[in-house]
Design a protein around this ligand. Structure first.
Ligand code: DX5
Ligand code: ZN
Length: 223
């Protein structure tokens, strides 16, 4: 299966949000990545339901909602009602992760867990079978435009091995500092969905950049 590209609207121009949403609609991108930050779990505040509603009004592709918030359980139903196709919660923010995952599924969404750079993938061993996706944070969450942390590659490879036995359909998504410079090695390590903010919206032609990202083939890696 071809890998998934999910442009992060955190890097879009919010004064021209409809234009940027239409650009993604008309591009080869697969999903919209929606970063929700509460200023508590991460040292930044992004946006909440009014912006999600605006995105949903125009977006013609699935909404991949990344919750960087504490106590996500109390908002899951509302995110589902507002069009989330996939909901990602942070391992570090969920005391009762199994319950949270069941709640996401009961609301009709795909369930995903994100790991901060310091959190080992091995901690997911007993929940892996219940997940549709794992999001490996390859920067510390909170801001777009940061530098990719190379250790993320080992985490992806380890997680891929773990998933082969218990959940071969698991999607491994990578978020933070993804670009055409590291995409092939990330695919090679076992990831199949990629969030990109700065690489896409900072490019001269965002649709051409999305197209180049879709064309990257791990088989061309010289190893
Ligand atoms: C970071 C967010 C990312 C961010 C990625 O906390 O979760 O989705 O927008 O942006 P880039 O691709 O610029 O690192
Ligand atoms: Zn994100």
């Amino acid at each position: 299966m071809k890998h998934i590209i999910a442009p992060s609207i955190l890097s879009a121009d919010f004064a021209n949000l409809q234009r940027d949403i239409e650009m993604i609609n008309n591009s080869e991108a697969d999903w919209f990545h929606i970063d929700v930050m509460d200023g508590v779990f991460v040292p930044n505040i992004s946006f909440g339901f009014p912006v999600l509603k605006a995105v949903r009004q125009y977006a013609k592709k699935p909404l991949d909602v990344h919750l960087m918030i504490i106590n996500p359980d109390q908002y899951i139903e509302e995110f589902a009602k507002n069009g989330a196709a996939i909901i990602t919660v942070h391992y570090e923010a969920c005391t009762h992760l199994h319950r949270t995952i069941q709640l996401i599924k009961a609301n009709g969404c795909k369930a995903s867990v994100a790991l901060n750079p310091h959190t080992p993938v091995e901690l997911l061993k007993d929940i892996l079978v219940d997940l549709d996706m794992v999001l490996i944070m390859s920067v510390n969450p909170g801001f777009g435009g940061q530098q990719f942390i190379p250790q993320s590659l080992n985490k992806i490879a380890t997680l891929k091995q773990m998933a082969l036995h218990v959940n071969p359909d698991l999607i491994i998504e990578v978020d933070g500092g993804v670009s055409t410079a590291n995409l092939a090695s990330l695919i090679h390590a076992g990831a199949s969905a990629f969030v990109a903010g700065n690489a896409i919206f900072g490019a001269q032609s965002p649709p051409d950049m999305i197209s180049s990202m879709k064309k990257i083939d791990a088989k061309l890696l010289n190893s």
